[in-house]
Ligand binder design. Structure first.
Ligand code: AFP
Length: 444
């Protein structure tokens, strides 16, 4: 019985191997050198230029470049297993699959921004009027509106989420409102709320540089049976995040996710349009040599950050290696680079913006959760980002038809609050915090 099982297992692994390895791997060395002698350099160059042969086609096996698909786990399979392992997050798999689909669509929009008519200020399809200035003080662009709509629908159409807050919206919306239900205040059954920045760093698209999407998911503490949207559901500490992640639209499109037990990265297979697990159990090095700050603002930074940067450059090394600067100007791209290679990303307080630029809820906190789950750290310079409680509105936390604009402004302040943000390898972030400890002043 045991022998039969072993034989079956061997046959199964042979099938997997024959599927994953190019046939050249089964050739003997002698066979290979005979083949090499037969094909002249010019004939192999010719075949690689032959328009009939597409080395990247999923059907050409294996092409002249020897490229073949790896046998990788799909995002869907990963979610099935994770949600099966942790009953407390069951129900999130559909939501996260919808988010992955939205990322694919945003990826296509980003790819087409230069060739299709996607630029310019958004126009209200009903009135034909230009979009209003958004909560960030900018006129909403078509791209922002499109990506925001995709993310709103991804979260609200999947059943798991009952309300959403976006970088593009002044205050949170119930999923009833997003999906156009008659009573917009009636929340759906979903037990989660989602926060997101649909397209971060969108100015980069003009110059074909990377952009990203960031998201976080909280459990809604609203009492069951309640039909109102509870603002406290959103104004929670990052320590309560159930899941968070980002999509990076760059040389490859990557979805990075944590469900609170490690970080996993999935690359979009451009042929199959499927996210595949290329980065299981991502770990950031304990110390790295990259720093990612907008140093043009050096004069506007406080003394602790100035000293940290000067000290690092004077010594010329960080983490025992030659220090190196990288700054793309899109949070997702810069943080992903630090996550992969080690080092520190920073958007500190400046003279004009005493809390920096990044938003706690849908930028800094989700990224800090990813970093911590990968073995790194996220700090404001004075403490853990995930411990920061957003400002709470002064009255009871219920919104309804009788909302006053004053109360909306209070809610807006909590949802879009900013924090100085430092993310990266533990040793590097610890060192930065030490500079705050020694050179910081209390009113900073
Ligand atoms: P936009 O989405 O408004 O382009 O801002 C992007 C961002 O919030 C973040 O992704 C970058 O890290 C940061 O701003 C870059 O800001 P600076 O241009 O001030 O360095």
């Amino acid at each position: 019985m045991k022998a039969r099982r072993r034989a079956t297992a061997l046959m199964a692994s042979a099938v997997v191997l024959s599927r994953t390895l190019p046939s050249a791997a089964f050739q003997s060395c002698a066979e290979r050198s005979r083949d090499t002698r037969r094909s002249t350099p010019s004939s192999s160059l010719q075949s690689s230029l032959d328009p009939q042969i597409d080395p990247l086609s999923p059907t050409s096996s294996p092409g002249p470049a020897g490229m073949k698909k790896k046998d990788l786990r799909t995002f869907q399979r990963f979610l099935e297993v994770e949600c099966w392992k942790s009953p407390s997050i069951r129900g999130l798999d559909r939501t996260l699959l919808s988010v992955a689909d939205a990322c694919k669509q945003i990826n296509r929009i980003v790819q087409r921004a230069q060739t299709d008519d996607l630029y310019g200020a958004a126009v209200d399809p009903l009135t034909g009027e230009l979009a209003e200035v958004n909560v960030q003080g900018e006129v909403q662009q078509q791209l922002d509106v499109l990506c925001n709509t995709l993310m709103l629908r991804a979260f609200c159409g999947s059943g798991g989420v009952c309300a959403v807050a976006s970088e593009e919206e002044p205050i949170p919306r119930s999923c009833g409102d997003v999906m156009g239900y008659e009573n917009e205040n009636v929340i759906s059954d979903g037990e989660y709320v989602a926060v997101f920045d649909p397209i971060d760093g969108s100015k980069n698209i003009d110059s074909s540089l990377p952009v990203g999407t960031v998201f976080g998911i909280y459990r809604s503490p609203a009492k069951s049976g309640s039909s109102k949207l509870h603002i406290e559901s959103f104004l929670q500490r990052g320590t309560n995040l159930v899941a968070s992640g980002y999509c990076l639209y760059s040389a490859t499109t990557v979805l990075v996710l944590t469900l609170g037990s490690g970080v996993h990265g999935f690359t979009l297979d451009p042929d199959k349009q499927t996210f595949l697990q290329t980065h299981p159990n991502m770990r950031i090095p304990d110390v790295g040599n990259l720093y990612s700050f907008n140093e043009a603002y050096y004069r506007d930074y406080g003394e602790p950050v100035q000293r940290f940067l000067s000290n690092m450059k004077e010594s010329g090394t960080m983490g025992g290696k030659k220090v190196s600067a990288r700054y793309v100007g899109a949070l997702v791209a810069d943080v992903h680079n630090v996550l992969i290679n080690g080092g520190i990303y920073g958007y500190p307080a400046t003279r004009d913006d005493p809390n920096g630029k990044l938003r706690l809820l849908y930028e800094s906190a989700p990224m800090a959760m990813v970093m911590e789950q990968a073995g790194g750290a996220g700090s404001t310079g004075r403490g853990r980002i995930l411990d920061v409680l957003p400002p709470q509105p002064s009255q009871d936390g219920v919104t309804g038809h009788d909302d006053e604009s004053g109360r909306d402004r209070e809610i807006e302040k909590g949802i879009h609050v900013r924090v100085p943000t430092f993310l990266g390898s533990v040793e590097n972030v610890f060192e930065l915090d030490q500079f705050h400890k020694y050179y910081g002043d209390d009113d900073e």
